[in-house]
Design a protein around this ligand. Structure first.
Ligand code: NCD
Length: 329
């Protein structure tokens, strides 16, 4: 079935339409703590519809005339380009500021001033910044929605949403599964957001890391308050056989003050065919990417390797979020 372009907003089958009274219209997305299970169900329904629509028509005009600013103070491949792709597939356009050194930030402009300037030209701002709390601060000054695309070692909520969408797409459910997170759990903002989101479900969590890269105490306390079953380990071998989802992360070199410390831990875990031989046949292997050697390229063709599919799901989830905060879902 093809949907005529001018009929997208009135299709009775789609959760699209002009809904400025909808709960997410005009809201910033700063932390996964903003989401309850009902929100997640809704976001994933919309993301699913986005996936169908992209399959059917590729690009459609839900956000025609809307402008997104991608304001990135740290490097990005997937997050920046998937927000661009999401906006353009919805008929909107993008102001890309990927290299703040060429913007007035290099002249010493403050974050609030940069945000108040860019929102004059755009309807939504996607912000990545090296400081924890930067998106929260930006949202205090902005009239338009801010979407946190990573605030230092804080959170990366849209990544966690796409990670959870991936788990559901690959496993069919979240309740009852065991998720093992591996690598730099101290500095990995994707792990911080994803473990918080998973704690809304009936899951068992394993955290495997070198001693110096353990999950921050603050997050452990939150999980304990939620009554989540979890274990901390330094060896992956102990938990690989029971694992349903293995979420591998990069050791975050840029967060280390002492380069020698990084050198000591950088190659601690490498997932190879030998590792997967101990794993379940239907385990899902995920990674937010970029990988810098933690997963051997030999595994890319293993059906369990979901990291490239995970990236694609990210675009649908970001399409859903943009439609929501701009009042079209
Ligand atoms: C992650 C990030 O920036 O936190 N990348 C991403 O957005 N997909 C993970 C990382 O950099 O290791």
């Amino acid at each position: 079935m093809t949907i005529p372009e001018n009929n997208v907003n009135s299709s009775p089958h789609l959760p699209f339409g002009d809904q400025r009274s909808a709960p997410w219209y005009g809201k910033s997305i700063i932390s996964v703590k903003q989401f309850g299970k009902a929100d997640l169900k809704y976001i994933f329904e919309v993301a699913h519809e986005m996936r169908e629509m992209v399959g059917r028509v590729g690009t459609f005009d839900l956000l025609k005339g809307k402008i997104l600013t991608n304001l990135f103070y740290e490097p990005s491949t997937r997050t920046a380009s998937s927000f661009t792709a999401a906006m353009e597939r919805l008929g909107g356009s993008v102001i890309p500021i990927n290299e703040v050194k060429y913007s007035s930030v290099a002249k010493g402009e403050s974050l609030p001033d940069t945000i108040r300037s860019l929102e004059c030209y755009s309807d939504v701002i996607v912000l990545r910044h090296p400081e924890v709390g930067a998106s929260k601060l930006a949202a205090q000054y902005a009239q338009k929605p801010i979407i946190n695309a990573g605030d230092g070692i804080g959170e990366h909520p849209t990544q966690a949403l796409l990670d959870l969408f991936t788990i559901i797409a690959e496993r069919g459910k979240v309740d009852g599964i065991t998720v093992t997170m591996l690598g730099d759990l101290k500095n990995g903002r994707t792990v911080h957001s994803l473990s918080r989101l998973l704690s809304l479900y009936d899951v068992k969590l394993n955290f495997v890391s070198p001693e110096i890269l353990k999950l921050p105490k603050e997050i452990i306390t939150e999980l304990e308050d939620q009554g989540i079953l979890y274990q901390e380990h330094t060896l992956l071998e102990k938990v690989i056989p029971e694992t349903d989802v293995l979420y591998v992360t990069r050791v975050q070199k840029e967060r280390f003050e002492d380069p020698d410390e990084y050198e000591k831990v950088k190659g601690t875990y490498i997932i190879t065919q030998q590792t997967l031989a101990e794993a379940k046949e239907d385990m899902v292997l995920m990674h937010p990417l970029p990988r810098v050697g933690e997963i051997s390229m030999d595994l890319d063709d293993d059906p369990r390797a979901a990291y490239f599919r995970q990236m694609e799901y990210g675009m649908y989830v970001r399409m859903a979020l943009l439609a929501m905060v701009l009042g079209k879902a």
